[in-house]
Design a protein around this ligand. Structure first.
Ligand SMILES: [Zn+2]
Length: 451
């Protein structure tokens, strides 16, 4: 292992320059910008590192998935799968970037650029770790597979279809998730789950055009109507008021609670980062940590109606629109929750609102007692220093599809510093963390292959 880790160390300049090449190829799935080109570049990057690769397709207008595979001579019975994505978030607003978002500027310990951390930085650490084993031993400790999709940033609408179609090809004994956070004290977080998501849009309509606001004595205002409707969904403590919303949810287990208690969470640093005074419902300590891991949410993502330009305009809008995202916790079925939401609106007198469902994804968790968990933890402890176990990330990913179709435990571990500004201007990857993650993946391959 020493030689392999040393090889990974000495290969860091190559890693950074290959990451720069990946960043310089824009791949914005939301705008279908550079997707085909980036898929080809990723395939080339895999092949250059000794990993056989092919581009898989589901249909004409669906971004391709890049698949990589390598067989172990020593241990052909165990397979580790890396799930990553080559697409990125849009870079707008461009004027808030210190360097152009696709220029991949390196400054000190940071590589700046859209996708530098999310997810091209993570992807390159996995590729280079496999390459380090190959270069030193001419073999890898277990079979490896790469599943690199091109539409994670728009909610992975087709990953379930890809997984089902290529179920046999993708079969594996463990999945390393596409990202992993490192906290403000440089401790890596070994994540065992993701929350689900339900994204909807509600539209209220009244008069066919915006009218003079003097008519507000007679004409109903759809913005008021939407405000009234939205207010019935949740109380000020954050509790969702839709009937049976929490019906299937099981309480956290004793083990989960123990892990949550051990997980550090610096409330002051957190509040300072976002310049906020209090949390929702004035949560503190354990309650705040539990909410991050296992709390469901009903969040207004956007609300538009009427005139929002400069100065005053006395107008009564004809339409109002709200976008809402619900984070879901295990056992909440997005399809069932949509029905419950529709019923709730109807029962409360808002049956006339139009509902558009954008995206539904169930939550997933891996059992902390899985041997794979302790292997990843040991590797993380050795490469970064002390690691932290996390029952579930507060965010969402298509982990449920992987757990359900491949029946393999999924663990997230990676190089993304928690304030890396992913999805924001000036996203960056830290080179020291890319290095530690590459070594960590080298160690995971070793430990996983041995058992
Ligand atoms: Zn992202």
């Amino acid at each position: 292992m020493k030689k392999i880790l040393k090889y990974a160390d000495s290969n860091m300049n190559r890693l950074v320059s290959e990451l720069q090449t990946l960043i310089r190829q824009p791949s914005v799935s939301a705008k279908n910008e550079g997707i085909e080109e980036c898929a080809k570049l990723v395939k080339k990057t895999l092949e250059k590192s000794g990993i056989k690769s092919q581009i898989l397709r589901l249909g004409k207008n669906i971004p391709p998935l890049v698949y990589g595979e390598l067989h172990s001579k020593k241990n052909p019975k165990k397979t580790l799968l890396f799930y990553n994505h080559y697409d990125v978030q849009p870079a707008e607003p461009f004027n808030l970037w210190d360097y152009p978002p696709f220029s991949a500027k390196v400054k000190g310990n940071k590589v700046f650029g859209r996708g530098s951390a999310d997810d091209k930085g993570e992807l390159i650490t996995r590729i280079k770790a496999v390459q380090a084993h190959l270069k030193v031993n001419g073999d890898i400790p277990c079979n490896i597979k790469f599943v690199i999709e091109g539409e994670e940033e728009v909610g992975s609408p087709n990953i379930g279809k890809y997984l089902r179609k290529y179920k046999k090809k993708f079969s594996c004994d463990g999945v390393i998730w596409e990202f992993g956070y490192v906290d403000s004290k440089n401790r890596p977080i070994v994540g065992l789950g993701m929350k689900g998501l339900l994204f909807v849009e509600l539209i209220a309509k009244e008069s066919k055009i915006d009218v003079h606001s003097s008519l507000a004595v007679l004409i109903k205002n759809p913005a008021w109507r939407l405000v009234d409707a939205v207010k019935t969904l949740r109380n000020s403590q954050g509790r969702i008021l839709i009937k049976d919303w929490y019906k299937e949810v099981t309480p956290l287990t004793k083990t989960d609670l123990k892990i949550i208690k051990q997980e550090p969470f610096d409330e002051l640093v957190f509040k300072k980062e976002f310049k906020i005074k209090n949390f929702v419902g004035n949560k503190k300590g354990l309650e705040a940590k539990k909410a991050l891991v296992a709390g469901a949410t009903c969040n207004i993502a956007g609300f538009v109606s009427g005139y929002i330009g400069e100065g005053a305009k006395t107008v009564l809008p004809g339409e109002a629109l709200v976008k809402i995202d619900f984070r879901l916790v295990p056992e909440m079925d997005p399809k069932k929750q949509v029905q419950r939401l529709k019923k709730h609106l109807k029962v409360n007198g808002f049956g006339d609102l139009q509902i558009k469902v954008y995206h539904g994804e169930a939550a997933a968790r891996t059992d902390p007692s899985e041997p794979f968990v302790s292997q990843v933890r040991q590797a993380a402890n050795e490469s970064y220093g002390k690691s932290i176990l996390n029952v579930s990330n507060a965010g969402t990913g298509p982990m449920h599809s992987f757990v359900q179709v491949l029946k393999a435990p999924c663990i997230s571990i990676g190089s993304t510093y928690m304030f890396s500004r992913i999805h924001s201007p000036n996203e960056f990857a830290r080179i020291d963390l890319l290095k530690k993650t590459t070594k960590c993946i080298c160690l995971i391959l070793d430990k996983f292959g041995k058992t």
